[in-house]
Design a protein around this ligand. Structure first.
Ligand code: SAM
Length: 413
């Protein structure tokens, strides 16, 4: 079998090219729009004909090039039948594998990241490979907190469908953020810190996979917007008072507030001489205790923290890294349940309320947004998670795209 692993750095997506050496017919798994030229060049270089594109799932974090490739070279679009995509030419399922010449891709139903997600198992003379899409990643797994995700379902998919394969099956994920290329079923079963170690299913583990998910400089663009536009504008506007208040309303283990503080220390050190209040709250006392301690494992550090900031703002404590005390002490961590009565908060200039509204129904979202709005000073900025919006929920907000991020500001007048 001809096999190539291709990487698209913008979305950290792996695309896989598989082809039959006899018929020279090929299939591209999870092709990305940004990489059409590269993919076609690879197909041509290898003297192949692109017969199919095949998706593990349909999702917002990578835009498929399937339609574009079909219009350019006539390849057929294959995707999980249960996605019900009208433009698809072929639906695959566990009983409907996809075959190109001597190569057969056997679909394994692995929901949890999305409800129709499939992995693909390919048996060839040199190796058995499984392309796991956004279900199983190397030392990680796909997110489960939006677009039909479910942590418990994902846990079962991986344990029942992938971890039951032989140890030496090669695991090829749909994304990787740490320069890893391939793993094995045995290694992931043994070492995957999210899922492995032979642990029994415990709700605590499942909880960790979903509700407390966070990372340093998560989604990066909001932090770029803070640096380039928002903090300069805010500092100019509040130069007379020299007073600014921040609130992270679902701060989890603290990476979010500490990312903002490091950004300020790095680019706006003057602001640290102002009267700034930095409040970080969360429902969960366990994560608050961790935030307050400011200690992070190597794995947590690896997720999003640039080395230049690690050496500058952290000190080593055994196997962990602790944020410098002068930054740590600037954050006031408090327990606060967004759906109960709120304790008093000061007037706010910048609010992070990210990746938490997704857990609530519309009425609860409306109440939380209205309460937040009343705390915002005129001209303040509210940031929600990528899958969250004020649109159709609280129209007193207007939405403004600043440096690739949508910010929500209270309409004036
Ligand atoms: C997915 S994390 C988001 C962390 C961080 N904001 C980010 O985007 O990286 C969601 C956090 O919301 C917290 N949370 C869930 N329900 C809550 C509630 N009713 N009130 C306050 N926090 C809540 C959870 O404990 C968890 O730490």
């Amino acid at each position: 079998m001809i096999f190539r692993q291709l990487f698209e750095p913008g979305s950290s997506t792996y695309t896989y090219l598989l082809a039959c050496p006899d018929t020279r017919r090929a299939v591209l798994v999870d092709p990305v729009l940004d990489s059409v030229d590269r993919d076609l060049a690879t197909v041509q270089e290898l003297g192949l004909t692109l017969a199919y594109t095949l998706e593990t799932h349909v999702h917002a974090d990578h835009v498929t090039s399937a339609a574009r490739l079909r219009s350019l070279v006539g390849s057929k679009i294959a995707c999980p039948e249960m996605d019900g995509i009208p433009s698809a030419d072929i639906g695959v399922s566990e009983i409907k594998p996809l075959t190109v010449g001597t190569v057969t891709l056997k679909p394994l139903f692995t929901p949890g990241h999305t409800d129709a997600h499939h992995s693909y198992l390919v048996n060839s003379p040199d190796a058995v490979r499984v392309m796991t899409g956004d279900a199983l990643l190397i030392d990680g797994c796909g997110r489960t907190d939006f677009q039909g995700g479910c942590a418990e379902t994902l846990y079962h998919s991986i344990h029942d469908k992938i971890f039951t394969l032989p140890d030496d099956v090669l695991v090829y994920p749909g994304h990787d953020y740490h320069h890893c290329h391939v793993s094995t079923v045995g290694q992931e079963r043994e070492r995957n810190s999210r899922l492995g170690g032979g642990k029994e299913l415990q709700h605590k583990v499942v909880d960790r996979m979903t509700t407390n998910e966070t990372s340093f400089f998560r989604d990066i663009h909001p932090f770029e917007a803070l640096r380039k536009s928002i903090l300069p504008e805010l500092m100019a506007r509040r130069a007379a008072e020299r007073q600014v208040n921040f609130w992270c309303g679902a701060a989890s283990t603290g990476q979010e507030p500490y990312s903002v503080l490091m950004l300020i220390a790095e680019h706006f050190p003057e602001l640290l001489k102002w009267d700034i209040k930095f409040i970080a709250t969360d429902l969960c006392s366990e994560v608050l205790a961790r935030s307050r301690a400011g200690c992070f494992s190597q794995l947590e550090i690896n997720r999003g923290l640039p080395a230049s900031l690690l050496v500058k703002y952290f000190v080593r404590e055994g196997a962990s890294w602790k944020i410098r005390d002068d930054l740590r002490r600037r954050v006031e961590f408090r327990e606060m349940n967004l759906v109960k009565d709120w304790p008093s908060l000061p007037p706010l200039d910048i609010v992070f309320l990210r990746n938490v509204l997704i857990y609530f129904d519309v009425e609860t979202k409306k109440t939380i947004l209205a309460k937040t709005r009343r705390l915002l000073r005129p001209g303040s900025y509210l940031l929600l998670g990528g899958a969250e919006t004020t649109f159709n929920i609280d129209e007193a907000f207007e939405r403004e795209v600043i440096d690739k991020t949508t910010w929500h500001r209270v309409k004036q007048g």
